[in-house]
Write a protein that binds this ligand. Structure first.
Ligand code: BYC
Length: 328
């Protein structure tokens, strides 16, 4: 029941009253049984809309997420690190391709998604709107941002929409290599010179707030969690993912002798939950709405890439005989 005074009476379930009640009940029963929903199956419009929103934002995050690390490929210390980082960045762009394909199964074209990104109409992960000033920032992203992404994606890979889950399975497999690479980079910094340790500590201090934001707003104010969890698109809430990340990675950060810039961070032995100072949620809102330190720069790079890649896309769509490459 979605009308009249029940707990789900909210804008989040808007439009559901127009759906065929029998089909809706069958759909929800399938989800309850743990079945996967496939593109040609019946689904409520709201499910489709929510999936497009989330998968599209995820795809954008991968493609924009490649940018701060991408700038470090030429400056990575040593040939092996350059190779590994290049492969990682390439993987991230590949993840975007998988996710755009998954979103396309729901009826929104890739061109429209890219247009919405470069016109600033779509969101992408807050964390990639901060600058990677030093090599240590790149190490932080490779280890801890990827770690956070894995926590979220491993949970959601057990979700209800087949194409998204299959994309997440493949993404998680590749992310596990990124995590090892990132951890190795951080250990190298931790066991290096005092200057290297200091650089790594400063990166942790810079990125901790955005990292706490990464999992989304607290459950009590999250707009979409309720509907997404009901339909098993999200298999863990924002706070659950944040807590799991803290549980797995705070001990590892401390083990390396680094500190975390939050004096209130501790695990409550009774609730087994982490307690922390709430990050600045006003900053989060500003950043996700386009006003972060690097939003303009990130979208400008994407716009240029779109412009420069136009002739390639055109060439692929044009019969061979008709096309003259601009490089000829
Ligand atoms: N950043 O109701 P809520 C990677 C927005 S890439 C920006 O809790 P939801 C990597 C949210 O969209 C992996 N916006 O939302 C790549 C909503 O706004 P709209 C990134 C955020 O959907 C390269 C509003 O806030 N992972 O790791 O229930 C190199 C209210 O939030 C964020 C994914 O994308 C945020 N952090 O939950 C290295 C995972 N959080 O749409 C690494 C897939 C919230 O109403 N996405 N918002 O305008 C998800 O799991 C969920 O969408 C979220 C948010 C947990 C992020």
């Amino acid at each position: 029941m979605y009308g009249g005074g029940n707990t789900f009476e909210s804008a989040k379930f808007e439009g559901l009253e127009n759906e065929d009640p029998q089909k809706l009940a069958e759909f929800e029963a399938r989800i309850e049984r743990g079945e996967k929903i496939e593109p040609n199956d019946w689904m409520p419009q709201m499910y489709k809309k929510q999936l497009i929103r989330m998968i599209e934002q995820h795809a954008h995050s991968e493609i924009i997420g490649a940018l701060p690390e991408g700038t470090w490929i030429t400056r990575a210390p040593g040939f092996k690190r350059k190779l590994a980082l290049m492969a990682k960045v390439q993987d991230e762009v590949g993840h975007a391709q998988l996710l755009y394909s998954a979103a396309e199964t729901l009826g929104k074209s890739r061109e429209q998604m890219i247009d919405d990104l470069i016109e600033g109409k779509s969101k992408y992960s807050n964390i990639f709107n901060y600058p990677a000033f030093t090599w240590a920032d790149s190490c932080f992203i490779s280890w801890l941002v990827d770690a956070g992404a894995i926590v979220n994606q491993l949970a959601n890979a057990r979700g209800s929409y087949g194409p998204y889950c299959r994309a997440l399975d493949r993404i998680c497999a590749e992310e596990s290599f990124h995590l090892k690479y990132g951890h190795h980079c951080v250990i190298h910094m931790a066991t290096g010179t005092p200057k290297q340790r200091q650089m790594m500590q400063e990166a942790i201090d810079r990125w901790w707030g955005p990292m706490m934001h990464f999992f989304g707003p607290p459950d009590k104010v999250s707009v979409h969690t309720e509907v997404l969890m009901k339909w098993k698109v999200k298999m863990a809430s924002n706070d659950e993912c944040r807590n799991q990340f803290l549980d797995m990675y705070v001990p590892k950060i401390w083990e390396l002798g680094f500190t975390i810039p939050d004096p209130n961070l501790k695990k409550n032995p009774e609730t087994k939950k982490w307690e922390y100072t709430e990050p600045d949620w006003d900053e989060f809102k500003r950043v996700i709405n386009g006003d972060g330190p690097c939003n303009a720069e990130r979208l400008a790079v994407r716009r240029v890439a779109e412009e420069r890649g136009k002739w390639v896309r055109q060439a692929l769509l044009t019969p061979k005989t008709k096309y003259v490459t601009p490089l000829a």
